[in-house]
Ligand binder design. Sequence first.
Ligand code: SF4
Ligand code: ZN
Length: 478
Amino acid sequence: MALLEKSFKEISPVDVGIIYEGERLRWKETHVELGGIRCDKKFEVVKARNMDEIEDEKTIVVGKDIGELEPENTYRFGILVEVAGAQVEEELEGVFERRIHDFTNWINGVMHLNQRYDVVIRIGKKTFKEGFTKFQYWGDVLCKLFKEELPIIEKMQVTFITDPDKVEEMYAKALEIYEARDARARGLRDEEVGEFYACTLCQSFAPTHVCVVTPSRISLCGAISWFDARAAARIDPEGANFPIEKGELLDDVVGEYSGVNEIVKKRSMGETERVYLHSIFDYPHTSCGCFEAIAFYIPEVDGIGIVNRDFKGKTPNGLTFAELSSQVGGGAQVNGFVGMAIEYIRSYKFLEKEGGLDRVVWMPQFVKDRVMDALDGMTEKIATEEDVETLEDLENFLRNANHPVVERWVEEEIPAEAAEVEVGGMVAPSLTPTIEAGTITLPGGTLLPGIGGGVKIVLKGAKIYAEKVIIRKMEKGK
Ligand code: SF4
Ligand code: ZN
């Protein structure tokens, strides 16, 4: 009997339904983890095939099956989904691929996060005990859901790979596929297209989040380009990807459009009223949770850092990716932070308001390698974890590299005679040029946020008691 005629009860030992989509599994509830930050190679990829190239509703396992994997461990992992149908085209691969995420999350006690080479899937202990010991169940659920929800798919075959060598081999091929997809949208400009597209797939996790996908701004998960969203909207205009009339271009530099504001306001239930597509200040794009990287303002050097999800260390401001993402996610608009795809760094509009690449001061070596060919003259000027550890190191590095942000520091500095201050009611014996996180008590008793508030205090040649303190609100984008 074809899977479409079967109920989920007949194909899976655990329940399947949209109600399980938002489930989270913590490590202690996890039987096995596939992919994820603890493992170096993981991927999921969809390929369009000819009808005679695949066997319908077939699940193939390369390597150990779920029940053969040692519990409480992490494994290299890959999923290859092959689809065919009269209307199935290569152009739709990226959109189909993104659905692996939500359809897998429909399985009770299975959690899927992220996309492409960043995936992490956890199978819960309870789910395993209830009999979810074979990839066959997962494959059947995917085949049924894909064919039900996307009827243009006439045939589908799923391959799960846990053999580490095979994962490595196919991972390299998957990267080539992603690169070819991303390359299509490069070169196309926002003004050359009649409309942008929205994606609301992540509203199951972040109910007010709306991704705005334009030629110059790939979605923050990195999985949906303007071409992908357009292809998806064509096959299902009532679905999660739909067109956005651009409306009036209100500000070219920040990337603000009246049509975008209108749609985002409507689809975020009034939560977000304005969106700057190309700035991290004031009205940055909202961030759900599956962003590939975060761009964050570093007030101490007046520059922008970028950290990717798989980066395990600390950024120069002492925060990890997880700590930063806890401030950014959930569909919020957070001044000074934005979730983004690594591919966005290549965009001709990349954070244009802030000065683009000229404003980027730090990124992990992994990210640098990914976009090396697009860094132009900035390759040696942007620090990585291999160059610096602390903010002080970063400042020295930037100065030595003659990074463009250094010119801005001069403008911000205050003449020595102006900066005499009492800090926290205590005499400050000496002060470094910038004050780091925490709060600063001024003589009048006012508390000022020391970080993240868009305020920077520069004290040069400070003496003991203040006659005058200059606090300058930093102009956005300068
Ligand atoms: Fe869609 Fe954006 Fe979520 Fe990607 S991050 S699936 S584009 S809503
Ligand atoms: Zn998301």
